[in-house]
Design a protein around this ligand. Structure first.
Ligand code: ATP
Length: 448
């Protein structure tokens, strides 16, 4: 069982293995901004792809969308973000640090104990100006959620997709929030990526669909390897609901700093479509031809963060174990999420082995994200692959030159099987789809 891990270990593994770096590091970094390195970019992309596959590709009642980050300022007036997207801010009168009033305990400054100012409401949207002449430019905002791009395109999608309700519209993209306090690595940042689904349903069926999506989303994390005992559902109290929400559940994860929100699933009712219809003057509704009735749909919104999911997957996958007196650090990442699927490792950098090893690499890389590594000892190379969660290593040794067979080593069990190079693609494909490592009797008989 993977060990409980503190955040420092995750941050250090991420730096060491090229997953996540501090942003602008050579300039001393920029608070709460992070860059994804060569391994991180693959992991993040796999998280997005797994979401898109489950939400859009594997269903016929959801379509995708990609809307712009900058939108007409009227959007944010209608959505309530200009008036209500605020957090209560307090400032310490001694050390001048600023805090989110609802996120601190006690009356004094958490840093120095100093007296705090009265809370004032602080808007979390980033403002910028659009247009070449600053004085004449109009004030616009960087979107704090991708959802509004979906609502303002509701009519475009309904009239062009020829789909009936219930219908979902999904979007993945950057959001920006000028959070008062950030931290815990990539858990809370000012620039992050959202994965949001707006699922439009007939009023009256909304509660049923809310339950449905809460379960779907919970199961998605479990299917991708997060242990159930590290997840919990929490319904929002009435006083906690956002200005648009009729009901809301959080999926919380047991992060090293304690239970915290991983995803929110809200029943937004008809708030957004009604608001946009009012502010834009365009009718936003749905005509149900079969029942010959017209209504404004309600919306169920599962809203997740890519970066926060990446963090939860990393934490849950992290493990340390002792093998023959040596410590092994590994990530038990689900095969769909692992940045590298297969590593091709010639036993040593030897002129006889290299051509065959390259041949194997060239054969695999069009089908799987494959790494080729012939530096350092084979033990160190295995350790590197374990630390980034590579499910399979393929080793080419001197015998391979004779019998045209290679060894596949599985990350978690360390079991090895020897297989013909000719069959390698097919075997790896089956294993990467979830076939048990020793499932095939043909290969099991040739083990080691
Ligand atoms: P919180 O209460 O933690 O500020 P929220 O309830 O405002 O979050 P939502 O608006 O529901 O968050 O956003 C949905 C999801 O987007 C969150 O569950 C989280 O995964 C992600 N998210 C929101 N804000 C941030 C942020 N500042 N940094 C990283 N991810 C974020």
């Amino acid at each position: 069982m993977p060990a409980k891990v503190d955040m420092d270990k995750i941050v250090s593994l991420c730096k060491r293995r090229g997953l996540v770096f501090p942003s602008s590091e050579i300039y001393g970094g920029l608070a709460s901004c992070w860059d994804y390195g060569p391994m991180g970019v693959e992991l993040k992309r796999n998280v997005r792809d797994a979401w898109w596959k489950a939400i859009v590709h594997e269903r016929d009642d959801v379509v995708g969308l990609d809307t712009s980050i900058m939108m007409h300022p009227g959007v944010w007036a209608a959505s309530g973000h200009i008036d209500s997207f605020t957090d209560p801010l307090v400032e310490c009168k001694s050390c001048h640090l600023r805090w989110r009033a609802d996120a601190i305990e006690g009356k004094g400054c958490p840093k120095c104990g100093g007296e705090l100012t009265e809370p004032r409401m602080f808007n979390l949207m980033f403002k910028t100006s659009m247009g070449p002449v600053e004085e004449e430019a109009s004030t616009i905002y960087l979107r704090p959620e991708t959802a509004q791009g979906i609502f303002v395109n509701f009519d475009n999608v309904i009239t062009t997709s020829r789909k009936k309700l219930p219908l979902g519209i999904a979007q993945i993209g950057k959001s920006f929030r000028n959070e008062i306090t950030t931290g815990n690595f990539i858990f809370r940042t000012r620039e992050f990526e959202h994965m949001e689904l707006e699922y439009f349903v007939k009023p009256g069926t909304d509660e049923k669909w809310l339950d449905y999506w809460v379960k779907e989303r919970f199961d998605w994390y479990v299917k991708l390897g997060i242990r159930k005992e590290n997840l919990r559902l929490r319904q929002h109290g009435k006083d906690e609901l956002a200005h648009y929400a009729r009901d809301c559940y959080d999926i919380d994860y047991l992060f090293p700093m304690g239970w915290s929100e991983l995803e929110g699933i809200a029943n937004r009712g008809d708030f957004d479509l009604i608001q946009h219809a009012k502010h834009s003057g365009k009718e936003l509704g749905y005509y149900d031809a079969e029942a010959d009735e017209k209504y404004v749909p309600y919306v169920i919104e599962p809203s997740a963060g890519v970066d926060r999911s990446v963090l939860a997957f990393l934490i849950d996958a992290y493990d340390e174990e002792e093998i023959e007196g040596e410590k092994r650090t590994l990530l038990h990442l689900h095969r769909d999420l692992a940045p590298i699927k297969v590593a091709v490792l010639p036993l040593s950098r030897n002129e006889k082995l290299t051509p065959l090893a390259k041949e194997v690499f060239n054969k695999l890389c069009p089908n799987f994200v494959t790494d080729y590594d012939d530096s350092q000892s084979i033990g160190r190379r295995y350790r590197r692959q374990d630390e980034i969660g590579t499910p399979f290593c393929v080793t080419i040794d001197f015998e391979s030159l004779e019998d045209k067979q290679v060894t596949i080593r599985e990350r978690d069990s360390l079991a090895q099987i020897r297989v013909p190079i000719e069959e390698l693609d097919k075997i790896l494909e089956a294993k990467l789809k979830g076939e048990a490592f020793d499932a095939s009797p043909l290969w099991a008989t040739r083990e080691k």
